[in-house]
Design a protein around this ligand. Sequence first.
Ligand SMILES: [Zn+2]
Length: 473
Amino acid sequence: MHKNILLILTFISVSFSQNFETYFLNTSMRVDYFHTGTKDTESFSIDKIYEEKFFAGNKNNLIDNLNLGEYLFQIFDAKTNTLIFSKGFSSIFQEWQTTDEAINGNEKTFHETIRFPFPKDKILLTISRRNKFVGDGNIMQFGEIFSTSIDPNSNVSKNIETKNQSFEIFKNGNPNSKVDIVIIGDGYSNLDKEKFLQDANRFANSLFATYPFSKHKDKFNIIAVETISENSGIDKPDKEIFKNTILGTTYNFFGSARYVLSENNKSIYDAVQLVPYDAIAILVNDDRYGGGGIYNLYTTCYTKTDNPEMEWQMDYVFVHEFGHSFAGLGDEYYSSQVSYNDFYKKNVEPWEPNITQNTNRQTLKWKNFINDDTPIPTLWKKNEYDSLGKERSKLNRLANDYYEKRKPLYEREQEILKTSKYKNEVGLFEGAGYISNGMYRPSIDCRMFSVSLVDFDAVCSKAIEETIDFYTK
Ligand SMILES: [Zn+2]
């Protein structure tokens, strides 16, 4: 009996890798395209297709079963119409759709990239978005919004060799069975080369100092690629500071002082094209608190502060943002300002594994983590926490005395979180996803909730571990 099961399992795994050999080469196809639209329309057009030197993904897991992300791309073998690869992702475009600029009727284009193993024969590429409502408490299903056929034997560009030097920060094994993170830098001039390597090491260490990454260090490879900018530092449009940098990252993205992203997508993917990677992290050589993270796109994080007491906040930001970009985690906080309007729509269950509008114990996505005697929703000192809101809103993150003024408030917040009754349990705690009422998180505190060095909670940890497994098992 046991032997038979083992035989079947072996057979399945062999047939999956055979699938890889049947349909793919050992390199990657990179498809660059333009994603254009308004607050409620969107269209796609292909820009350029490349062959990249490496495929770093897992040859046994070609079909994405994680069901994360706002979008999904799928690759079909054109001859047999067989699904041979898929991957979920999110985009800057979808966030832009919830900003004032979009709501005021504007149209905008973003450059985007998807990557998959390089196909041997003609394929059909489709992009789908979550647009099918399937009842309360359920996440939306994907509906196809774009498709195009691609012939791998025509109009494919090859890698261009660059002078970018790469450095192994951690090497644990074959990229096909490890999570491969590539770290690049923006706003590091020729004089900042040494700082870049120090920063890359710092943030790799801060990731592995946080549970559950701490438990799985041996499943990661981390490589740093030196990307040199003309100037030191990055754009701060609100201060009229503009720099010439290689990746074009900027503060004030979507008008938020601390939000750091880049619209220069092509330069990011060009910078990493010569190394094997599954995930991109961008360190920005600047001193204003900030960062960003979008699922299966990239993480950004600042790397400087003139207040040594506050250096830990950089580690907080890096790991928090990596939670977004690597495992599709949602923000669990709800008490600071964001630039979105109705980022999460009422009565639409978020696809993020760690936030919910569902209050039904039987169908709740993290129901298996909840003890029978834990009340749903779960009481916590929310009124007390919210009563600090006035003081919180008076703080100016860009003021010189920000950290000084924030300290007593931070201590009171931590006191509330640490003395709430269900602090060590998974439950249904109201306040999450930028919404105070009707949106819930699994734990009182988590790296996705408070600005502190707290670990990921049990539900986020499971999502992270499932993603690690997908790349490594
Ligand atoms: Zn966040």
